[in-house]
Design a protein around this ligand. Sequence first.
Ligand code: SF4
Length: 373
Amino acid sequence: MLLDKLNNLGNAASWDSCGGVKQKSFRKAGIPLQYEKFVHDCSGTSEACRLMKVLQSNKCIHDCRYCVNSGGKQQKTELSPLEMADGFELLWRRGIVEGLFLSSAVTKNAEETTEKMIESARIIRRNGFKGYIHLKVLPSTPKHQIFEMAGIASRISLNIETPSKEYLSELGSTKDYFNDLEKRIKWISEAKGKGLVHSFTTQFMVGGAGEKDEEIIKKMNSLYENTLLYRSYFSAFQPIKGTPMEKMNAENESREYSLYQVDWLLRIYGFSEKEISSVLNEKGFLPLGKDVKREIALKNEGMFPVDINNAGKEELLRVPAIGPKTVEKIIQRREKKKFMELRELKEIGLITRKAQVFIQLEKGIQKSIFSFV
Ligand code: SF4
């Protein structure tokens, strides 16, 4: 019975990203197949975790057109807080999962559903689990509950879904972009500012509402500038049978991948929105299937070659294949001894074939990027 419920509620939660990676093969991950629907292996991401990923309930008052839980027509499956905690404990004690990702459809109202999610997490903590718990903030969750969730969870998140209210209205009629989503994001940020939660994240659905990459990038950057958002996730639209959007085409997953690259460039590499916009096409989309950072470098030829032995961190980070860790290694090493040849960069782990046309070393100067491409 509990396994049936977990299967139902795990299946219903599968559209939500937990780590920016696709689910691994269960055989490869060594997870028993009967747990396939509600155990997700997100190892390989910075969060590195096997998660029990389920909804508290699957019957929703909202009418999101892409979602199998919408409209309240489906048969309700719900786990009580005790059942949720028992299910988790069973998997955790056997070493099958290391954490929990808990979301829910909004059964009667956000407050009542959220209370059950909070109680589930409370019991799990009382039972001695100190590891990763990710709680999803539902649209229109009251402020006091957001603060309560922040005090229990390792991470809380709220899906912004689209870059504007106009696009949200393409996906459904019951959620208010400002009140239900943006206002709650501000409150989560406030809780993070008070040190109550380690991190908070959001997720965009890509390609469901006809939005452009340009608009997603603008919204994401504004969230990074104006809130304490830790990172963004993206979920390429996939039509689900039985939903009003079942006949729409699935979004190309390369688009999701390009947006993940942009997220890293904004957040970790310190790129500006303007630099990223330089590679958008006239319709406002990123080049599909290409390395966004390399495309930016090719558009900004004047910034190269970068002098490996004298350039600052910002300049080094703009070289394709050079990330923050490699920058640190370069700086440490050049303080002792200058780099003379590509071979020496290879020795510290740089993929030189990707970087070499953009850099200058003591023993060689690239006159033009394009002469090497
Ligand atoms: S709020 Fe929308 S996306 Fe979330 S469960 Fe309800 S109908 Fe589905």
